[in-house]
Design a protein around this ligand. Structure first.
Ligand code: HEM
Length: 529
């Protein structure tokens, strides 16, 4: 497949296929409506016209509430069969990972988060990195982002963080004053903000960025033993980013440069590749760490938890229709196969409800019957029937078609056998409550991230923060400077200098009601600067 300009010479008139409507009727005149006389009123029985216009009226489906602009491609995943030097079966019984050279077809959708379906791909925004593997045990989706952490750690805050980042409900403009109003009251967002306002916040395109699962998952082995897991995709093409000035120049000419870059590379046969690395941790609370392993505002230090290679993804095929395969594609965190599992990460459980919920609304209750979403690598036999746009029945071979219920002795479907061992993860007890996790530690890793940046990245981060935070009201600016001092003295000092706010101005600020500071953090707050 190629782009429109390189399709070659058009076939002769006689060889061109005839236009029909969807009922199979040939269209004899596609230029003139049926009317009473050449100038006369149109007639209502004009089926061809009604079909054409009324289908056009319904061409759009609701865009995704987040990640509306995106681009899909296909490829394959090749497993190493190992986690680093060890056989991978030690940690997971997932079949698609278990043999060296084992290949699994996949679809991936890259996206921006906040803008609408036609918005700029050069925006400062996280990038979505959603992968669907069509495995023999059914689909596995890993719905990740290009940044390793997230703004919040509890799913109940997701509509708020997104509303703050989306356009103002009245002016319909993205307003830094609203964004930083929310962020200034959300200390767990500092680590994400230090990433997002650095050059990493505008990847040069989709081929040159990392992908992270962000949330913590589990692996389960054949004995039922569990480990906590984090996933990282590293591009063999390298990582490239844009400064705000580079991005402005690109989006002045092209809002879709990243999709084009990916499409063109695949058409040229330059197939982009990403290696999948996995960090593992024993499945417990890890009281020795100064963060909670289920907190998605944190990374796991690579020295202590070495990421190890488990496979490589290659993208080698473009979509044949953007709407069918990109717009109607549906990824979700609930889509796991045997050997992979959820952790109790509070974001992950919330996400798992949200994805299929929105997809039933956005695409329809039978969204899993569409080719891009269906479990192509596995067999599907369900007792689900009906619903809008249902066109298939997932009958098993020899299944009595009258029996769409279970149990039955009349030839219906039966339950699968349990895997040999049940999950052996930690037992959980506790009272129902609404509480923050104890080890919030919102500033240490944000500060470390800043300290690890090259000088030009630090300069770019500070400039972007000053530009944006300066649009907020004074109280918000001061609180942001306080947070930045809590992360790192130099960062606080430099953003403060840009805003005309000193350490003395903010030292007396009380911690937020929404945070519990540790002894160390209280000490730091008292000695800011
Ligand atoms: C898309 C909800 C956090 C990555 C979406 C969609 C919803 C959603 C409703 C639209 C899905 C669709 O219409 O098909 C949530 C909620 C979150 C959350 C409730 C937190 C509780 C995250 C995080 C990440 C992420 C932490 C990154 C790890 C994505 C991606 C997509 C997406 C990549 C686009 C998937 C695609 O390309 O179709 N999210 N999200 N989300 N989300 Fe989240």
């Amino acid at each position: 497949m190629t782009d429109v300009a390189s399709q070659g010479p058009a076939p002769s008139e006689a060889d061109r296929p005839v236009l029909t409507n969807r009922q199979g009727h040939p269209v004899y005149d596609n230029q003139n409506s049926r009317t009473v006389g050449a100038r006369g009123p149109a007639t209502l029985e004009n089926y061809q016209f009604l079909e054409k216009i009324s289908h056009f009226d319904r061409e759009r489906i609701p865009e995704r509430v987040v990640h509306a602009r995106g681009f899909l491609a296909y490829g394959e995943f090749e497993a190493t069969g190992r986690w680093g030097d060890e056989p991978i079966e030690r940690y997971t019984r997932a079949k698609f990972l278990n043999a060296p050279g084992k290949k699994t077809p996949l679809a991936i959708r890259f996206s921006t988060v906040i803008g609408g379906r036609d918005s700029s791909e050069a925006a400062r925004d996280p990038r979505g990195f959603a992968v669907k593997l069509y495995t023999e045990d059914g689909n596995w989706d890993l719905v990740g982002n290009n940044l390793a952490v997230f703004f919040i750690r509890d799913a109940i805050k997701f509509p708020d963080v997104i509303h703050s980042l989306k356009p103002d409900p009245i002016t319909f403009r993205q307003e830094p004053a609203r964004i930083f109003d929310f962020m200034s009251q959300t200390p767990e967002a500092m680590h994400m903000l230090v990433n997002l306002f650095s050059p990493r916040g505008i990847p040069s395109d989709y081929r040159h960025m990392q992908g992270f699962g962000v949330n913590t998952y589990k692996w389960v082995n054949a004995e039922g033993g569990t480990h906590l897991v984090k996933y990282h995709w590293l591009p063999r093409q390298g990582v490239r980013s844009l400064t705000a000035a580079d991005a402005a120049a690109i989006q002045a000419n092209d809002l879709g440069h990243a999709s084009k870059d990916l499409f063109d590379a695949i058409e040229r046969g330059e197939y982009p590749q990403w290696d999948l690395y996995v960090q593992l941790m024993s499945d417990d609370e890890h009281p020795e760490l100064d963060f909670d392993p289920l907190d998605d505002t944190k990374v796991w230090p690579e020295n202590d938890f070495e990421p190890k290679l488990v496979g490589t993804m290659t993208l080698n095929r473009n979509v044949t229709d953007h709407h069918n395969e990109n717009e109607q594609s549906a990824f979700g965190t609930g889509v796991l196969v045997d050997g992979l599992d959820f952790s109790d990460d509070k974001m992950l459980v919330g996400r798992t409800f949200s994805y299929s919920d929105t997809q039933r609304y956005r695409v329809g209750p039978n969204y899993l019957q569409l080719p891009v979403n269906s479990a192509q690598g596995a067999t599907v036999h369900t007792n689900q029937r009906g619903g809008q746009m249902s066109f298939g029945v997932d009958l098993g071979p020899g299944q009595n078609p009258h029996v769409n219920y279970e149990p039955s002795v009349m030839g219906g479907l039966r339950e699968a056998q349990y895997p040999t061992h049940d999950e052996q993860g930690p037992e959980i007890t506790g009272r129902l409550t609404r509480k923050r996790i104890p080890r919030t530690n919102d500033y240490t890793q944000a500060g470390q991230r800043y300290q690890l940046m090259d000088q030009w990245e630090k300069d770019d981060l500070v400039e972007n923060l000053v530009d944006n935070v300066s649009e907020a009201v004074r109280e918000v600016q001061e609180r942001m400077v306080w947070h930045f001092f809590m992360c790192d003295d130099e960062l606080g000092q430099r953003v403060g200098d840009g805003l005309g706010i000193t350490a003395d101005d903010v030292r007396g600020l009380e911690p937020l009601q929404s945070q519990t500071l540790s002894e160390d953090e209280l000490q730091r707050a008292a000695n800011l600067g």
